[in-house]
Design a protein. Structure first.
Length: 760
């Protein structure tokens, strides 16, 4: 073989190999091979922000294989087409000693035979500007994280916390919204519905002013209006029939796919990207390894002529010409990579039903969504007949309205139906006709607080404000959950109390860094670096020069011993009635009375907001009841001091502690069962936490408990066995593959079985 093609993923390698034929060997780097070191900053700031790259742990064998197979061969670098992929290609070129000006780089917008062969024929040099943009982002994030996090650890006394340039702004959004919800005071208002024969209409205007903006706020006002309405007579002011078209949706970008998959399929962002990656890289079919969608990290809605032709042929053949309209899409966003395409099916003729048998459940659901959205984008608009009937009183003071909509042509909704599209309004009424108000319903209502973010609405907010990039949203959200900064509340995201404390600290001490304007401007600068308009080191220098004074100020706070997060609260000690203070200890935030030495733990879902140096709990009494209930006695005494042991909630979940804390600091882990049995003796495996806060798994029959089993693992064992070698599979998380099953013996990977959520 004369050519060696190097891609990121083994699955992608298998798909590409199918199309290249003789003379080509395809291997995988299995993601990044080099990165900044984990244990230190890894950036020589005094030498112009030079990064110090090291071989990533576990990648020594991969590098050795790449070097061995590259000998005497023409190397083709075919990693993904984004900044990450370009950087991976550059690193491989560096370890192989390839010339940077050599035309050895190819990219695939889709993994199909024609696209791959065309790309192989037209290689280009590595795009150094794109590589430098990735360097700049990586270094910028490293500086922010490594410089700010130690202050966070020192102030909050919890080394498991971290700060991040983008994640911290996302946390700020979530906390600011939560503050609005906690502070929200419902306001009373009244609504009126009238029944005119069989027609139900809502009172929408009084004296020409809409009730939406000018609400009826008291029962006294409502009773007066009701009395006037019951005395009045009414006529039909107007009946309007209007034909309207529904706008055809654009094909998916990364962020719109993430939002739609969340809203329609219930997928979280990480799950969506993991499944999309597999659809892009390829799935085993009777025709061999086949890729089903184009590259899934894109902010462009552009479609190729090949895609447009494929959609036209399919729609006209299966649905008729009246359902097809060839349509191109443009975007008004700045710095969109229009060389990319939208996310679409690689083979438009492969309908979801025709390939369902080859796909896992999640893969089929997501492919079905992508395929239908693409076909909808090339369809005609759906048509509706909207009807609006207005009824007014004799003095033209009160106006009732009834609205309806009837679909007269489904158009693109044949593929992508819209919610609540049809509400048929049938009536025999005529304009100027007198009507009787047969019944009037008056209902009391209250304004509602703003809705919490879902993953979909958070992604939409981040994109709108230019925070991060679509390819980073999954890791941003995952980090917020892994740090315990946020929690799930049904389908929504809410901050934990720890998250609120962290946000208050960061926004108070780093206001210029943790703000959307700065973060968005940095993203814009990185985009300009990518296209070669700004030097990457200039961006870093300008940032760091402004950052240094803040670091110096923080150092002064440390020297003066004023760097902490201790805060006043509106909770009074039940014993002495003095205000309690909030502090953060080894297991998270707690309240303490300095006089009585009484401590109360703080539940992570407590309703509270912070202003200046004070925490305001929405219900102080409820807080005390919750913490009493939470810190329940377990029926054993502390082996150190004899006080009752209690169960508490902390940063790492539930644990057993002495009720005499902080005078006695005795603690125990609470066993949490692993998903599988011990692979060595078949006994139960439990999840434990090390002194540094890292979780590990150990057999209950271990030697510490008097048993004879020595099983211990950082990864969680399962009851699944490897299809290739029969060894136990473990749950593992990596940046490239997300959470998956992993065989430690033969290194095989498998998708993690996902339990279906029950409908409520």
């Amino acid at each position: 073989m004369n050519h060696l093609v190097i891609v990121e993923s083994p699955s992608k390698a298998k798909t590409i190999k199918k199309y290249l034929g003789k003379g080509y060997e395809v291997i995988s780097s299995k993601g990044h091979i080099r990165d900044l070191p984990v244990s230190e900053l890894g950036v020589e700031i005094d030498k112009g922000f030079e990064p110090v790259f090291v071989t990533m742990k576990g990648k020594e064998k991969v590098i050795k294989e790449i070097k061995s197979k590259a000998k005497g061969k023409d190397v083709i670098l075919a990693s993904d087409r984004d900044r990450e992929g370009e950087a991976i290609a550059w690193h491989i070129a560096q370890i192989l000693g390839l010339n940077e000006s050599e035309k050895n780089r190819v990219i695939f917008s889709e993994i199909t035979k024609d696209t791959i062969n065309e790309a192989i024929k037209n290689p280009r040099p590595i795009d150094k500007s794109k590589v430098e943009a990735q360097f700049a982002r990586r270094i910028l994030d490293r500086i922010v994280g490594y410089k700010i996090s130690p202050y966070l650890w020192r102030a909050l006394r919890m080394n498991s916390l971290s700060a991040g340039r983008v994640q911290s702004v996302a946390l700020k959004f979530i906390c600011e919204l939560d503050d609005k919800i906690v502070k929200f005071v419902p306001e009373e208002y009244w609504k009126f519905k009238g029944l005119f024969g069989e027609l139900e209409a809502e009172l929408t205007k009084i004296n020409g002013k809409t009730l939406e903006k000018n609400k009826v706020k008291t029962q006294k006002q409502a009773e007066k209006i009701k009395e006037e309405l019951n005395r009045s007579s009414f006529t039909v002011k107007s009946i309007e029939d209007k034909k309207v078209s529904k706008k055809v949706p654009a094909p998916f970008t990364t962020s719109t796919l993430q939002q739609a998959a969340s809203n329609l399929l219930g997928f979280n962002v990480g799950r969506t990207m993991q499944v999309a990656q597999k659809l892009y890289e390829g799935i085993e079919t009777p025709e061999g390894q086949t890729a089903f969608i184009t590259y899934m990290r894109t902010d462009s809605t552009r479609l190729s002529n090949i895609a447009l032709d494929g959609a036209e042929k399919y729609i006209q053949k299966n649905y008729g010409k009246e359902y097809h309209k060839r349509r191109t899409f443009t975007t008004k966003k700045n710095n969109v990579q229009d060389a990319h395409e939208a996310i679409r099916p690689t083979y438009p003729e492969k309908s979801p039903e025709s390939v369902k048998a080859f796909m896992e459940k999640d893969q089929f659901k997501l492919y079905n969504l992508i395929w239908n959205r693409f076909m909808a984008s090339q369809s005609t608009p759906s048509q509706y007949m909207n009807k609006k009937i207005q009824i007014e009183d004799k003095n033209s003071k009160y106006l009732f309205e009834a609205k309806g909509s009837k679909q007269i042509f489904d158009g693109f909704e044949k593929f992508y139906p819209q919610k609540n599209s049809e509400k048929i309004l049938e009536t025999d009424l005529k304009e100027k006709q007198s009507v009787n108000l047969d019944k009037l319903d008056m209902s009391q209502n209250f304004t509602k607080p703003p809705s919490r973010f879902t993953e979909a609405t958070l992604v939409k907010m981040l994109e709108k404000d230019g925070i991060g990039r679509p390819s980073t949203y999954a890791s941003i959200i995952k980090t917020l959950f892994s740090r315990n900064y946020v929690r799930r509340e049904g389908k929504t995201i809410a901050p934990t109390f720890v998250g609120k404390v962290v946000n208050h600290f960061l926004t108070g001490h780093f206001p210029k860094i943790i703000q959307k304007k700065f973060t968005a401007s940095m993203e814009s600068d990185l985009d300009y670096v990518e296209v070669g308009d700004i030097d990457w080191k200039k961006v870093l220098t300008e940032f760091y020069d402004k950052f240094v004074p803040t670091l110096e100020k923080m150092d002064q706070l440390i020297k003066s011993k004023n760097l902490n997060v201790d805060m006043k609260t509106n909770v009074n000690c039940k014993k002495c009635s003095k205000p309690m203070e909030m502090r953060v200890g080894r297991y998270g935030p707690y309240l303490t009375c300095q006089t009585c030495k009484i401590n109360l733990s703080v539940p992570e879902d407590i309703e509270a907001y912070m202003e200046k140096d004070t925490v305001y709990f929405k219900d102080a009494e409820k807080l005390q009841e919750q913490t009493k209930k939470e810190a329940k006695e377990i029926g054993r005494d502390c082996p150190k001091c004899g006080s009752p042991l209690v169960e508490k909630n902390g940063r790492f979940g539930k644990f057993i502690a002495c009720s005499n804390y902080p005078d006695c600091k005795y603690t125990e882990n609470i066993d949490v069962k692993a998903r599988g049995k011990c692979p060595e003796c078949g006994a139960e495996v439990v999840k434990r936490r090390s002194k540094r806060g890292k979780f590990f798994y150990t057999c209950k029959n271990n030697t510490y408990n008097g048993g004879d089993c020595e099983f211990i693992s950082w990864d969680e064992p399962t009851d699944y066995q490897c299809e290739k070698c029969g060894a136990t599979l473990y749950v593992k998380y990596t940046k490239t593959h997300g959470e998956h099953l992993y065989c430690k013996e033969c290194k095989s990977r498998y998708p993690l079985p996902i339990e279906e959520d029950n409908e409520e």
